[in-house]
Write a protein that binds this ligand. Structure first.
Ligand code: ATP
Ligand code: MG
Ligand code: MG
Ligand code: MG
Length: 469
């Protein structure tokens, strides 16, 4: 029998509670930490325990943490393993649990409780971390299932300063039919075949402003397992989106749009259905944690996610407001695990509706202009790049949508001319970028990547997101 998302969550948490770790509820998506834009890992709420500023009487803690990661935004819908909002299961310790013990528990949980076949499991360790390598070997992991990865994958830091240390990741081999298909595909490859589902971080250093790395008061443990990833693995699906919970949201999108979802298709309608399911869920959680759509910081992240969901609704041919229907479904699916979702439903839906309405108005204005331009074209003629640019620049109308609508009417868009206009505009107004225009979309997402935010974020009161990075 396969486990549901809810069963995986409770199995993980009770496993660690039974071993003496204290269960902590998820913290809010709005971190109690000015250096962080949004909660993006289970360890966030334990930062002061790592630093030795707080102590607990138990040997450690466990949690299922709400996370939002903007650095993954560009992959959403296009690969099977990244979501903007996801749940991270974790066990944590501040000197009370040894590395050997932590790895032994991880191994026991995945092989005995989750019953993952050992021959599908792969382990990575940091370049020179022989100690962790030897621990996995002692637990029975074969030598050719352990590899070494460098700083990018296997060294973790909370930010420019603070707790950091080497990681060891656990991957599940989804088989050669999933992913890039290259013969040299291995853990760490940027495809979905070797799916990283658990990261064990041994935070033992405290990086200082001057770059030095003294040892922390104790050798700590910080682990993170993606719940949606584990759900997909245990339900024999190759993508996060195909587990029970996300599938209910995809199915709702199919129902509203009349379009069908194809699990292996990472383009077109399937991509849009994924994006809507993912973003709508993020929007519900963010607003329920008190974030409002706006033009700065996390408010801006929320606005972009919400608008991008609406935009993909249009791509699917949905003309009416639809987002609050998703809010109801997310609440139905997740309200039991996260009661905060059910506290202010009317307020959340009101905020969603107002923002959706506002953005729809923008889209409608652009649509009138575009329809008039198309009506003036000869049959089969290209839509001039200047028109597409004006839509983007003046109407805030996304280029993808212009292309989609023009193509449906039998016209290609002159993209070379559009790109030329974009380049010209960028050169004209690099510094004074209008953050409300859709054109900055990608720049802004890059700028808001949580890595950068964690590294460079200096406060919430500055003029623009760009200024912060
Ligand atoms: P990836 O390399 O796949 O982007 P990561 O190394 O950035 O993942 P970690 O920071 O190690 O992820 O987070 C711990 C775990 O959280 C990961 O092993 C994964 O299971 C899960 N996770 C991370 N990012 C996402 C995401 N965007 N969507 C779903 N699950 C995620
Ligand atoms: Mg990542
Ligand atoms: Mg990784
Ligand atoms: Mg990782």
């Amino acid at each position: 029998p396969t486990m549901t998302t809810a069963e995986i969550r409770s199995t993980f948490l009770s496993f660690f509670e039974e071993r003496g770790l204290k269960l902590y509820p998820s913290s809010s998506l709005v971190p109690d930490d000015p250096s962080l834009l949004l909660a993006n890992a289970g360890m966030n709420q334990f930062k002061e325990f790592y630093q030795g500023k707080k102590t607990m009487k138990e040997i450690g803690a466990c949690s299922c943490q709400k996370c939002v990661r903007t650095n993954d935004i560009d992959c959403i819908g296009e690969d099977g393993r990244h979501l903007s909002f996801f749940e991270m299961l974790g066990d944590f310790s501040f000197g009370g649990v040894s590395k050997q013990q932590a790895c032994a528990w991880a191994f026991e949980l995945i092989t005995e409780k989750f019953k993952l076949p050992v021959d599908r499991l792969y382990f990575t360790v940091f370049t020179d971390d022989d100690e962790t390598h030897d621990v996995w070997r002692s637990l029975g992991v074969a030598e050719d299932h352990i590899s070494r990865l460098g700083e990018d994958d296997n060294f973790w830091a909370a930010g420019p300063t603070g707790p950091c240390g080497p990681c060891s990741e656990i991957y599940y081999d989804q088989g050669p039919e999933v992913g890039c298909g290259k013969p040299d595909c291995k853990p760490g490859c940027d495809c979905d075949r070797f799916l990283e589902f658990w990261n064990l971080v041994f935070t033992q250093f405290d990086r200082q402003e001057d770059g030095s790395m003294p040892e922390l008061p104790h050798r700590n443990l910080d682990t993170g397992m993606g719940l949606e990833r584990m759900a997909a693995i245990l339900q024999h699906k190759s993508a996060n989106y195909d587990g029970d919970l996300m599938q209910s949201l995809i199915a709702l999108g199919e129902k509203i749009s009349g379009k069908s979802y194809v699990a292996d298709d990472y383009s077109g309608a399937s991509r849009s259905l994924r994006i809507i399911a993912d973003h709508a869920r993020a929007v519900d959680f963010m607003i329920s944690d008190g974030i409002l759509p706006g033009n700065e910081g996390r408010e801006y992240v929320l606005r972009r996610l919400l608008r991008r969901a609406v935009f993909h609704g249009r791509l699917l041919g949905i003309e009416d407001a639809f987002l609050t229907t998703f809010i109801d479904e997310v609440n139905r699916l997740m309200g039991e695990a996260y009661p905060e979702l059910l506290k202010n439903v009317a307020l959340v839906k009101g905020i969603v509706s107002a923002e959706e309405e506002r953005f729809s108005q923008t889209l409608d204005n652009g649509r009138s202009y575009l329809d008039a331009a198309i009506a003036g074209l000869a049959e089969g003629a290209e839509l001039p790049g200047e028109v597409a640019f004006k839509l983007h620049d003046t109407y805030g109308f996304p280029i993808d949508l212009t292309v989609e609508i023009a193509e449906a009417a039998g016209h290609e868009v002159d993209m070379a001319a559009f790109d030329a206009c974009m380049t010209e505009q960028k050169e004209r107004a690099r510094a004074a970028a209008n953050r409300d225009a859709w054109g900055d979309f990608n720049n802004v997402w890059t700028a808001l990547s949580d890595k950068l935010a964690a590294t460079e974020f200096r406060g919430y009161d500055e003029e623009s997101c760009e200024a912060k990075v």
